[in-house]
Design a protein. Structure first.
Length: 240
């Protein structure tokens, strides 16, 4: 992929910031980088390619009131609010955007007093794996992922869906995130109604659905690269 093509896709097409590109330093830096970069660049498709379509596919239309745990660095709450859902965001860090259908709680989920059966649906996209590992300045707790799931489950109404995505692969802790095999997923979210596994054969490959057995032995090419995940679990659990 050539540099000029990268610039087109690098820009976030969901949100723009007026007043930034007019500045001299920005223009100078942009032109300088265009001048010095003359190599082909390989695209890396993150797990969001899988997560967002599956979430929208499985989210019930009548799930009016939604909790989104781990919404910072993400526009998902704004997507959902724009579709008419009422969304509560929960995150340890501050959230930058607002919407009339959105309210935000800045809190550590480990100390958050989860309301009982308050939400029609609870979602968490690639977040639970980080809880309690301190990667974002949050408190340490080696059992943090299990504590988080227990609190999310408590806040979910009966017959509601808990929709979660997690890194899939050979069980390990790498760069402030847990990676889950099938056994550890079953312990974290017992009795899940639906579990689907996806992977890519290498960092630059396309995502494909795969078996639980195959993805459970997956080792990533580079755990410390940007967007390192090569496997992802999509999990739906219904509260009886």
């Amino acid at each position: 992929m050539k540099h000029n093509s990268v610039q087109m896709y690098k820009r976030n097409k969901n949100v723009f910031f007026d007043g930034v590109e007019d500045r001299f330093i920005y223009k100078f830096t942009k032109r300088f980088l265009q001048y010095i970069i003359r190599c082909d660049i390989k695209p890396v498709f993150s797990e969001r390619i899988i997560e967002y379509p599956l979430l929208f596919q499985h989210l019930k239309v009548d799930a009016h009131n939604i909790l989104d745990f781990g919404c910072v660095e993400d526009l998902l709450p704004i997507h959902l609010c724009s579709l008419g859902y009422v969304v509560t965001g929960l995150d340890f860090r501050a959230y930058s955007f607002t919407h009339e259908n959105f309210r935000f709680i800045q809190a550590d989920i480990l100390s958050w007093d989860a309301p009982k059966e308050a939400f029609d649906a609870v979602i968490s996209i690639s977040t639970i794996e980080h809880v309690g590992l301190g990667g974002y300045g949050d408190p340490m707790d080696q059992n943090g992922d299990h504590v988080a799931v227990e609190k999310l489950w408590r806040s979910l109404k009966r017959s509601g869906d808990l929709i979660v995505t997690l890194p899939a692969g050979k069980k390990s802790i790498e760069r402030g995130m847990r990676i889950y095999d099938m056994e550890s997923v079953s312990r974290l979210i017992p009795g899940a109604k639906r579990i689907r596994a996806f992977c890519k054969e290498n960092r630059y490959a396309n995502w494909k659905e795969t078996t639980e057995k195959k993805v459970s032995s997956l080792v990533y090419d580079d755990y410390y690269a940007d967007s390192p995940a090569q496997g992802v679990w999509f999990i739906v659990a219904i509260k009886a």
